[in-house]
Design a protein around this ligand. Structure first.
Ligand SMILES: [Zn+2]
Length: 453
């Protein structure tokens, strides 16, 4: 007689290729040990989610837990990840007051993650504005999942612009590590000029955020980073494209032999310029929202398999940083982690698309790009037992339910009609969210290093 499994979950199992109706996922310890359909095997604990979807826990490949508060922001942000069905956060390196620019800083951040995170975390690394290229090999060896650089400067220390010669040297060094380099893609000169003109003319209402960061500011940056990628052999990844043309450019470079990819954030699949007029500072992010027609082109790009994956770019600024009547004085970035799973499910469902696309774009693909495969990102034998249970429901998303710190309980999706909610989140076999409460604790989440190059 075989030993019973520790836990068996019953429900409709969602993989990237199919929905297995009346299926089961069996767990031993922290690992998925059996997947099937029909009568479930014996287990110490059987959890019946019949009629609900059991999906891979989401892998959010792009977020900023520590831009506002520094590393103390990790605890609250990952608590909202647990409530939102995100079981792996891939966190950006532009932390306050110190970015992750060396293996030594990375080691400190890893210690913090292992002590305070509610879900597992992979980490990006970056370089200083000058003189940081020598740290690249050490960061890769220490287990970061990817590098992140920027063509646009928010802060000379925390979030610097990397000039072309430095970017060339950095990409050449990154190419040797085999890791991807994600790049924030906006043209500094164009944006600065347009912003200065708008301010001088007194045009500081929300729509001017979009007017001063036109699609051309993105696509010009896309071209320069992909050219340097082609020259050096580095895998260059657009950290976010708000326009379908960004994915067309990436595809062009791939046909020329480049390793070129691009990511969409979920807001670019649903938000428009009218939303920033409505939301003001709460709708400010970079790149900005585009037109309704562009949103449709983004979906065409996704369905044509041109988008690497879909992330949130979650950046939980306190509400007082989002409330200035002058749009240029507001912080750029949205909250989005706790709404990620309900919103992605809803957007797909509204378009008559399968939840398998959610497993593909919000779990499997980001896990693969970040080298977390074969461990994270799918319901497969031997993978970590990271699961998300989605229950169909008809409700409006309420920002008051966000479980992050009180000052970050705001959402651009407040009042949005949703078609499913997160009924349970399981991290490596253990329930960390039961549909109404976070059951996990700080430190349940662990740093997860890149598994493969
Ligand atoms: Zn970002």
């Amino acid at each position: 007689m075989t030993t019973p499994f520790d836990r068996v979950f019953l429900g409709d199992i969602v993989t990237s290729s199919e929905v297995i109706r009346a299926g089961y996922v069996a767990i031993r310890g922290e690992t998925i040990a059996a997947i099937g359909q029909g009568a479930p095997p014996p287990a110490t604990d059987t959890i019946d989610h019949t009629g609900r979807y059991i999906m891979p826990g989401l892998v959010d490949g792009h977020m900023h837990t520590s831009s506002a508060l520094g590393w103390p922001g990790i605890e609250g942000a990952t608590r909202s990840a647990a409530a939102g069905g995100v079981t792996t956060c891939v966190d950006m390196p532009y932390d306050s007051p110190q970015a992750v620019t060396s293996a030594a800083v990375l080691a400190e951040k890893i210690t913090w993650v292992n002590r305070t995170a509610h879900v597992d975390m992979a980490l990006y690394g970056t370089i200083r504005k000058t003189g940081g290229v020598d740290e690249i090999a050490g960061l890769a060896q220490a287990g970061i999942s990817a590098f992140k650089l920027s063509t646009y400067e928010y802060d000379a220390v925390r979030f610097p612009r990397i000039d072309h010669p430095t970017m060339l040297a950095a990409f050449a060094e990154i190419a040797k590590t085999g890791l991807p380099v994600a790049v924030h893609n906006e043209d500094q000169e164009l944006v600065e000029k347009l912003t200065a003109e708008a301010r001088a003319a007194g045009n500081t209402s929300p729509i001017w955020h979009c007017r001063t960061r036109p699609p051309l500011a993105e696509t010009m940056a896309d071209l320069e980073i992909f050219e340097i990628g082609l020259q050096t052999g580095a895998h260059v990844h657009i950290a976010h494209s708000s326009v379908a043309r960004g994915f067309a450019i990436a595809e062009d470079f791939r046909t020329q032999g480049g390793k070129a990819t691009g990511e969409a954030c979920i807001q670019y699949l649903c938000m428009t310029e009218e939303d920033i007029v409505r939301l003001a500072g709460r709708g400010k992010c970079n790149p900005p929202f585009r037109t309704a027609a562009e949103v449709e082109r983004m979906w065409e790009a996704l369905l044509a398999d041109k988008i690497a994956y879909v992330s949130t770019d979650h950046a939980p600024w306190p509400l007082d940083r989002k409330s200035d009547p002058d749009i240029f004085n507001c912080g750029a970035g949205l909250t989005g982690m706790q709404s990620f799973a309900p919103l992605m499910f809803t957007l797909l469902d509204e378009r008559g698309l399968s939840p398998t696309l959610m497993a593909t774009y919000c779990a499997e693909r980001p896990a693969k790009l970040h080298g977390l495969w074969p461990k994270k990102g799918a319901i497969k034998l031997g993978f970590d037992a990271d699961l998300l249970v989605m229950q169909r429901a008809d409700y409006t998303f309420d920002e008051a339910e966000i479980v992050d710190r009180p000052e970050t309980r705001w959402s651009p999706y407040h009042g949005r009609r949703m078609r499913a909610r997160v009924a349970e989140t399981i991290l490596r076999g253990r329930t960390i969210w039961n549909g109404s409460n976070v059951l996990g604790h700080p430190g349940d989440g662990k740093f997860v290093r890149r598994q493969t190059v």
